[in-house]
Design a protein around this ligand. Sequence first.
Ligand code: TYM
Length: 328
Amino acid sequence: MRARVLSGIQPTGSPHIGNYLGALKNWAKIQYDYESIYCIVDLHAVTVYQDPQELRAKILELAGMLLAIGIDPKHSALIVQSAIPEHTELAWMLTCVTPVGWLERMTQYKAKSDAQETIGDGLLQYPVLMAADILLYQAAIVPVGEDQKQHLELARDIAQRFNSLYGDTFVMPATHLPTVGARVMGLDDPEKKMSKSAAGSGHAISLLDPPATIRKKIMRSTTDSNPAVDFETMGAGVRNLLSIYQAFVGVDDDAMKAQFADMRYGDLKKQVAEAVVASLEPMQKRYQEIVSEPGYVARVLREGAERVTPIARDTCDKVKHAMGLYTA
Ligand code: TYM
């Protein structure tokens, strides 16, 4: 049996080049080498309030976008989390072996809960549900960006704790990061991670931004007080632009140095913008084709759910049996 890959993305905001370079590009790349399952995690999205109508639309939009970036439904199962009840069933069983202290230590929980007036319990449980997404399919490899590393470590801790309490049940999942682009920073503020929720129109490049918008955002991005690229002294903004270029174009460090050393920032930005535009344009074209075919996206999601449900059921039954829960 081929090793299994699982990863997930929240259907909130618009997917951006950080999501693409940190995770989605790897999803498309490794799907031919493993049995791959990619999940739109709508139950994670509702850990903070979402407008229901908007959320419904975003789920289908994101599914279309994942197909457009190259997720091939012949090779990968594309699924929506809430369509497969075993995700929440396993999450409860894992909740029962997870110490609250482990969850309170999560940096994303701390950051997100600071921004809320009342903290929903779902926000605390968020990484347990994420562990369930992974362990449900006995995934060995989880391609993500750097910000998910801590959640992945927790998933392994939960799996280990379950295995030692109830016997060997779960495969240990490994984190798979890209070599470049694991942490893309905001264009307006290179000290902050590029994020779907961060305010400011100059912050992120959405995968569906038209070329003129992409050029404008990159030309206005924050650099530093140098006039031109100096690899020794460059600040976070210039480093970010260079790694965006490198991740999209796929050149090595030496070629980067030869190409960009001493280049004025205006010229650097033009080259980065053209590289991003050229990479996103074919995806945007495919996206339009995909969403113009009525019922196609919904059919892919239905077939994905049908394909993975037997695996999910099998794991839940094993876990129930291991814990001594009632199985008819
Ligand atoms: P989410 O929706 O925030 O992001 C989806 C993927 O994009 C990566 N990413 C980034 N990579 C580089 N630079 C950035 N600025 C950047 N921003 C986001 C994320 O690391 C992620 O890989 N909790 C997850 C979703 C999830 C999941 C899972 C992931 C739920 N269950 C099971 C893996 C396995 C999240 O909120 O991702």
